[in-house]
Design a protein around this ligand. Sequence first.
Ligand SMILES: *Cc1c(COP(=O)(O)O)cnc(C)c1O
Length: 387
Amino acid sequence: MDEETRLIRAGKPPKKLPKTVGPPIQRGSTVLLPNAEALYKEDLGYGRAGLVTQLTLADALSELEGAKAVQLYPSGLAAMTGAMLAVLKAGDEVLVADCVYKPTRRFCDTVLRRFGVLVRYYDPLLTPDTLLALATPATRMVVMESPGSLTFEVQDVSGIARAARARGILTLMDNTWGAGLLFKPLAHGVDISVQALTKYVGGHSDIFMGSAATSDPKIARKLEDGMHELGWSVAPEAAYDMLRGLRTLPTRLARHGSSSVQIANWLAAQPEVSRVLHPALPTDPGHPLWKRDYAGACGLFGFVLRPGSRKAVNAFLDALQLFGLGFSWGGFESLAIHCDPQLVRRTVKRDFGGPLIRLHIGLESPADLIADLRAGLDAYVAAGSSS
Ligand SMILES: *Cc1c(COP(=O)(O)O)cnc(C)c1O
């Protein structure tokens, strides 16, 4: 054969792959099939749905979620939208927690509405019975996010799941706060457990991915079909990185959780702070449910400053040296944002009586983070807060 042909066929991989701690990163759109008969028979006929690396990650996440099947998506938002698109149809109605992640809400208000799905938002603090009393014969799904990732309401997830199932209504929960570890939605009766793996499983603020887990074979089939129909794909390198993050998830989360509780308690004692929104604190209204259902806390919580101007809030944030100002969370670094501008679209208006700040507590020393927050609070007072 000519050299150009020989080069295209050159380079035989070893017959046996050496065994490493992680799976191989298998790249491929084309999958070579053994014979003509297999062309239309093999399950893995094309690489878009994932090869060895993605399948290994999905299998490991099934272990984490206690699920029969896990579907991977290119982002956490795609996991929410993909799972909803896979099971909803025109004419259905969805009840969505008012505290839901803002881009999920945007999807509900644009795409779902455009395709004839009616979306209604409910107060996440409703009891299961009051919530299910809102359902109509068209209600197909209840969407939960607990704790709400800006306002930290804790929902009675098992109560809602039970009441919904009794009426033939599906439940889907965004469990990004629980990271699949602190809370197990499927064990509490939820039909579809979604998380933004981008946050704690990734853990380093540098990869996007989401998952939807289920133990119902019919739903698993729908999620898989939905992925094929929408044409999404997850890169093997990203799947590898995600699996690497998963190995240290319990160790990291224990540290995020203990530091966040320590810092939340410290904030509660500061004169500039009127309220701390952290379900692990006994004073938090969500504490009893959190204590009943959760194995621990993560690094994400909120607090309310005594009333002050926007200028004073900005002075607080700008004085922080260790907390980055940025969205997202779940990485090794601490982050802070001002939440109020994100709350204006909500149906249920809650008056916190002062500016709401959200912190993500990273893996730095809690004493250093406390010193940083103290300097921020000093700047808040100096900039003319009323405290
Ligand atoms: C970040 C986040 C998402 C979306 O995840 P991406 O990977 O950024 O798309 C979904 N839900 C919650 C609660 C989040 O915090």
